[in-house]
Design a protein around this ligand. Sequence first.
Ligand SMILES: Nc1nc2c(ncn2[C@@H]2O[C@H](COP(=O)(O)OP(=O)(O)OP(=O)(O)O)[C@@H](O)[C@H]2O)c(=O)[nH]1
Length: 513
Amino acid sequence: MEGNEMSLAYESRVFDRRSGLNGGRMACTLVTGFLGSGKTTLMKHILENRGDLRIAVLVNEFADSDVDSLLLNSASLNAAFNLSTVSLTHGCDCCNVGGPFRESLLQVVNSKHNFDCLLIETSGLAKPDIFVAELEEVGIHLDLTIAVVDAESLDKILSMDIVKQQLQHVDLVLLNKCDLATLGQISDAENALESLTGGAKVVRSQFCKVPLDLVIDFSKADSQLAVQDAVTLPFLSHEALPQMTFRENVLGKTSVGVSASSVSDEELILSGTNWRSSDSENASSHERNFSSVSFDSEDPLLMSLFQSSVLATMRNTNNLLRAKGILWFEEDRESRFVFQWSGIKRVEAICGGMWENAPKSCLVLIGTDKSELENIVMQLSQSTISKVRTISCIPGSRESAKSFCARVLLDGRFKEPVFDKEPLVIFGLKGSPLHGIKESQLNGPLMHLVNGKGRVFLSAVVSGQEYNLQLLLDNGCNPDEAWNEIRMAASAVIFKVCKNFCPCRSDLSAHVH
Ligand SMILES: Nc1nc2c(ncn2[C@@H]2O[C@H](COP(=O)(O)OP(=O)(O)OP(=O)(O)O)[C@@H](O)[C@H]2O)c(=O)[nH]1
């Protein structure tokens, strides 16, 4: 269903629903996918482009602590949507989605907000069938099950049972992060997905930017009405779903205590449901023992130590699958950085604004070796300012910064560097308004590429269309080596992004000549 047809189906469904007519029912989409594939990115995309759709969102988290609501910035996001934030906590969703999840579902169903659509984001280690069973229990009709897949790293995780299970019964796969993958990786992934999903539709995406009618299906209400008399079983999204069973019976054990905040009808909904335990105790529910460890600190971190010891340790840790959180750095105390580690050791630290609340660092690490994760947390706590005696600007850093800036200045592809946040140099590639290439399209990949090599750490500062990079130049950083690394990575990024444009006599000429 596309275009006009889709908007007609949507209009009539929303109208019927809001006017209380028969048949107008809430659409429901379940989003699954492995850790870091882009599920939250998809949620944000839908919410930011939802128009006047009333959307309820339930987010289920694997990790300890409230990192996900911090990352989603749910309080301010909800304020923008005129919704209050609800925080729920419950046990490992693989073993126990029951109580709080069902309560949340019932609140959505009974809400006077009369939602047009319910979106459920499962944790990156969850099996979607459990959620399907719960939806069925409360009479919510699931229209669409979507798996978000990281095109670049799929081949590395395909052997995991959890990944296969997540892909088994989906209607649609978003083959995401296509900007990071090669064409070979994309086509290999498509072939693998064809057999793993039994032929589900696969759509390539970057940052999950897909039309909303692809991920919210308003077409099923009518077909549901047509078969309503004949079929008494709850409607499910996929033919293969009858094979699904509620796993609580199979696994028997619930791993952790459950506590749910009570929520009034008015208070809906962007909720983080957080797993409170740090280990998946039920080995039969996961083929590996996944662990989650978190780090919280109200002391700022020294960026130089974060770079030289924490990131170095993370890179040498083979069993780290995911890290995310917010960071507070001594060298840039005003800025709130969102840190993400996902896929093939892709590292980003992006500042999108200042602190609205008391600054702090809060990071969650998920992996398969708890002691390795704890080692990273130890490095983190040793990098906080209270653990380090002298933090004044290290002698020599100013000279290094000047020398680095001089090199950047000579390269016409870059904007003029700025050194007013000593010891941080701020710089970045120029975008190309003429070709519609935004600074973020060049500087985002540049950060990933440089950080991925592991010798230099770049963070990003984003403000509107401006996307700048920050480099810390202390004694441990050789400006020539850093510049060489960045310059070469810039060439690779520009080649990939600009190869389809003719640069002659355009604002790209400096980039390619
Ligand atoms: N380059 C690139 N990065 C992406 C894309 N989509 C998402 N990301 C980044 O990948 C990281 C993880 O994305 P999330 O949306 O948080 O992934 P998730 O599946 O919700 O992660 P978990 O809930 O922890 O399992 C973030 O840093 C995103 O900005 C994409 O298409 N391209």
